[in-house]
Write a protein that binds this ligand. Structure first.
Ligand SMILES: O=c1ccn([C@@H]2O[C@H](COP(=O)(O)O)[C@@H](O)[C@H]2O)c(=O)[nH]1
Ligand SMILES: O=P(O)(O)OP(=O)(O)O
Ligand SMILES: [Mg+2]
Length: 206
């Protein structure tokens, strides 16, 4: 399932991020805020369990989140989405998957991975601002599946049709959430019109 979260606030903030003149501080702040806005929608169908509690007035039956929620940012750029999303989810745990994309072959290379326990029974949200060829996201999904993850959602800001197709073909069980679906990839594997290299813009490395 592909869901493009169209909302005027998300679109406005993404427009600020896309502008070439937007500097690191504003880029990060907008990314953080979009993460928070997207979190509301992507958590809409989280499983809940019935619990009995005492209010100051009387006992009542109500609901709490049933499962652990594990955020998996794809380093580096995915780190920019962690605070905005985790601020909204009280019990979130954070795994890390380090991947860089070879500039020539566009193939992803793994350099780090660390997971909390019980990933097999958790709702796993993989986050990366950019879904380009789909190689990085697909590798990250393979990695969490190897750890036993079953309920997996992929949350990106900007996606290319090429990347969406790859995930839909290789991982039809994974729901994809985007803030925008752009036109295409260019010859260097960058999303067009996109916003450039998200990692470099977040961390000021170019
Ligand atoms: O326009 C772009 C395209 C890609 N990135 C970075 O690359 C990976 C995703 O690329 P895949 O080809 O889908 O593996 C992503 O982690 C971004 O960090 C980018 O920043 N901008
Ligand atoms: O996917 P990359 O190579 O652009 O990695 P980073 O997010 O570290 O810029
Ligand atoms: Mg990068």
């Amino acid at each position: 399932m592909l869901k493009v979260l169209e909302h005027p606030l998300i679109t406005h903030k993404l427009t600020q991020m896309r502008k070439v003149e937007t500097k690191t501080k504003d880029f990060r702040e907008n990314l953080d805020e979009i993460g928070g806005l997207m979190a509301y929608e992507i958590t809409r169908n989280l499983p809940v369990k019935e619990v009995t509690i005492e209010t100051p007035i009387q006992e009542m039956k109500t609901y709490e989140l049933e499962k652990d929620i594990i955020l998996v940012p794809i380093l580096r750029a995915g780190l920019g989405m962690v605070d905005g999303i985790s601020n909204l989810i009280p019990t979130v745990k954070v795994a890390h998957v380090g991947l860089y994309r070879d500039e020539e072959t566009l193939q992803p290379h793994v350099y780090f991975e660390k997971y909390p326990p019980n990933i097999d029974d958790a709702v796993v949200m993989i986050v990366d601002p950019m879904l380009a060829t789909g190689g990085s996201a697909s590798a990250a999904i393979d990695m969490v599946k190897k750890q036993g993850a079953k309920d997996i959602r992929l949350v990106c800001l900007v996606g290319a049709p090429e990347g969406v197709k790859v995930i839909e073909e290789l991982h039809p069980d994974v729901d994809i959430y985007l803030a925008a679906l752009d036109e295409k990839l260019n010859e260097k594997g960058y999303i067009v019109p996109g916003l450039g290299d998200a990692g470099d813009r977040i961390f000021g490395t170019k």
